[in-house]
Design a protein around this ligand. Structure first.
Ligand code: GDP
Length: 643
């Protein structure tokens, strides 16, 4: 139950926050600020009072740690939690998160000084990451550029051409697998290229707090034009807020319709300069080399416009782009220096890894170097374990400090993990979350079965003109919800709205892990209706769906006068006779039906578990197909008042 703790209690806390808003309602400001900013009167009579009126606590924490901090026996804290009407019995070891801690403190009239993982992280590195960065200390640095685009549009070939690698040789090599990063020299001015295996990787780095790129090159093959992945790449780049240069590649091919692509770009809000807009479009051929120099010059111009600078005279800090373990060399990490100068012998901490920089190799020439300045990627050996892509690195005083930070980070992460800590914006917590922003913006990622639905929803959304809250659609594309969408939502704190589509299995798991809300709809006005309510803070989870399990259709049997029976295998959870089934085909919702009969072998069954086979006949639906996924769920009415 200690794993369930955080989430369950948080749900209760959210519900409570709905009620508490009523109490604070007379004060507009107060209701928009974080809830429980003022302790409110206890609603539950408690026999014992905490010994302390002020306390400090690190969240998430266990019930035990909380009770010790406020000076009240854990049994009393548990009693209070039971008063919340939880679905489970909490224990001393149950992890509770910030919401719960605030709720408890408010109920008990204790003033808390709450520290989060970010606060702790700042404390860990205080003195190292906060060195004076006055503009006079900064020197200009190379732009860091990332190529994005649809597969096969020529990202790899272009980069190879720029780096002077034989294009034909790469053909035999196959796909881009690892992150590559290189610095090239163009007439004495450096440019750094980071080659990510896709926009997922690009966004995954951002989700980890690593803003690596200064400029995104959107590669579009002139014969293909804008494809689904190009559209996704556009939204990922836009969400990152980086300038976009379009590279119209394969310009050597005959019979091209460039105007058509300009139209497509314009439709995606990338108006080319030739058409009076602000987006540079450079026509290139990775095959002949045409336009490649112009592309480089364009990138340098953009860099100049943005006046990219960093201070080279400080403890180095930056990002790990990739790491692997090599026989003989140990951990080899590709680090991109963003500030300061990294030197051989420096003590560094990178995520949960630490060590001395034993050796450094320039990434493009595999040559040993002694130091690396901002915007320069290097291969570094000497770390004890392989850090993750997107982990930040920092030089510290000595190896003892590096170890200490790494170990503490590991402890914090484990605690965060246990308490399901990272929670993003949801329709229910919207007001509380946005209330703390300067210009409150709700980020949405829209996925639908057809273009028409997207257009209809977008149109409805424009009608939702809220005076204070802006709705920003980061991405609106056709198709099922993917891992990349969840990455984007995670990095941009967004809610995913699926219209007649569902997340695939990987996306579902990732969304769960990252605390990203995925809302699914099949009626357009319901999307805007819910949004309206959410913006008013009125959305109460009246109907809650609980997922019971999933089955895969393996075979179908048409039986006269009965209909089609689906022979299934349960692949997760259970299928229950009295629950409902959602039929999913290739990530699209086909429909939702009751179960007419559920059989194991020849016998009627109330429930069939994971791993077993069964026969399912749906109510009023016979068009079932092999490979369909049957999602079993139950709709519960959620009581408005609890405890
Ligand atoms: P990526 O998946 O975006 O990295 O694309 P690749 O660089 O692997 O290129 C995909 C295919 O397009 C390869 O067969 C390349 O040879 C070809 N290609 C790439 N750039 C050009 C170009 O400018 N002109 C032509 N004709 N073919 C190109």
């Amino acid at each position: 139950d200690s794993l369930l703790g955080g989430r369950e209690v948080r749900q209760m806390a959210r519900k409570r926050s709905g009620e508490s808003r009523g109490i604070l309602g007379d004060d507009e400001e107060g209701s928009r600020r974080r809830r429980f900013s003022r302790p409110r009167k206890s609603t539950t009579a408690s026999t014992a009072a905490p010994r302390k009126t002020h306390a400090s606590i690190q969240v998430p924490c266990t019930v035990r740690a909380f009770s010790e901090a406020i000076g009240l026996p854990a049994s009393e804290v548990l009693k209070k939690m039971l008063g919340f009407g939880l679905q489970f019995i909490p224990s001393m070891a149950t992890f509770i998160d910030r919401d719960t801690v605030e709720l408890l403190a408010a109920e008990m009239g204790v003033q808390l000084n709450i520290k989060t993982a970010e606060d702790l992280e700042k404390e860990l590195l205080s003195g190292f990451d906060a060195v004076d960065e006055g503009p006079e200390l900064r020197s200009s640095r190379a732009p860091v550029v990332t190529f994005l685009g649809h597969v096969d549009h020529g990202k790899t070939s272009l980069l190879d051409r720029i780096l002077g690698i034989d294009v034909a040789a790469r053909e035999r090599g196959g796909i881009t697998q690892h992150m590559r990063a290189y610095t090239i020299d163009r007439n004495g001015r450096p440019i750094t290229f980071v080659d990510t295996p896709g926009h997922e990787a690009f966004t995954q780095m951002r989700a980890r707090g690593a803003n690596v790129t200064d400029c995104a090159v959107l590669v579009v093959a002139a014969d293909d034009g804008i494809m689904p992945q190009t559209e996704e790449a556009i939204s990922h780049a836009k969400a990152a807020g980086v300038p976009i240069v379009v590279c119209l590649n394969k310009i050597d091919l005959p019979g091209l319709d460039v105007q058509r692509i300009y139209q497509q770009l314009t439709a995606n809000e990338l108006l080319p300069t030739e058409w009076g807009g602000e987006v540079e479009v450079v026509k290139t051929s990775a095959l002949t080399g045409e336009g490649v120099d112009l592309l480089l010059d364009t990138l340098l111009t953009i860099a100049e416009l943005h006046d990219l600078r960093a201070n080279p005279d400080r403890f180095a800090a930056g990002v790990c782009l990739d790491a692997s373990i090599h026989e003989g060399r140990g951990v080899v990490a590709c680090l991109l220096v963003q500030k300061g100068t990294l030197r051989v012998g420096d003590a560094i901490v990178c995520g949960e890894a630490s060590g001395h920089v034993k050796s450094m190799l320039e990434t493009s020439k595999n040559r040993r170097v002694q130091e690396a300045i901002p915007s320069v990627p290097v291969f570094v050996t000497g770390l004890d374990i392989a850090p993750g892509a997107g982990d930040r690195f920092q030089v510290v005083d000595d190896i003892a400090k590096a170890r200490e930070v790494a170990v503490k980070r590991n402890a914090i992460r484990r605690q965060m993990h246990l308490s399901n800590a990272p929670v993003h914006v949801t329709f229910e917590n919207l007001l509380d979350r946005l209330g703390t922003q300067k210009t409150p913006t709700l980020n949405l990622i829209l996925r639908a079965d057809v273009r028409g639905s997207i257009e209809a929803i977008l149109k409805e959304l424009t009608k939702l003109d809220h005076p204070e809250v802006k709705i920003k659609v980061l991405q609106s594309t056709v198709g099922g919800i993917t891992e990349a969408d969840v990455q984007l939502a995670d990095a941009s704190d967004a809610v995913i709205v699926g219209f007649n589509v569902v997340p695939d299995e990987n996306a579902r798991v990732l969304a769960d892990n990252r605390g990203v809300q995925v809302r699914r709809y099949d009626i357009i006005y319901q999307v805007t209706d819910d949004l309206k309510k959410a913006l008013e803070g009125m959305l109460k989870p009246e109907r809650r769906e609980s997922d019971l399990g999933r089955a895969m259709v393996q075979r179908t049997y048409a039986i006269s006068r009965v209909g089609v029976i689906a022979g299934c295998r349960v692949i997760a959870g259970v299928i229950a006779r009295n629950a409902r089934i959602r039929v999913i085909r290739e990530s699209h919702i086909i429909g939702e039906y009751g179960i007419e009969s559920l059989k194991r072998e020849k016998d009627d069954s109330r429930e069939v578990r994971d791993g077993l086979e069964c026969g399912i006949k749906l109510n009023g639906f016979n068009d079932i197909k092999e490979g369909d996924i049957l999602e079993c769920y139950r709709v519960e009415e959620v009581a408005r008042t609890l405890s």
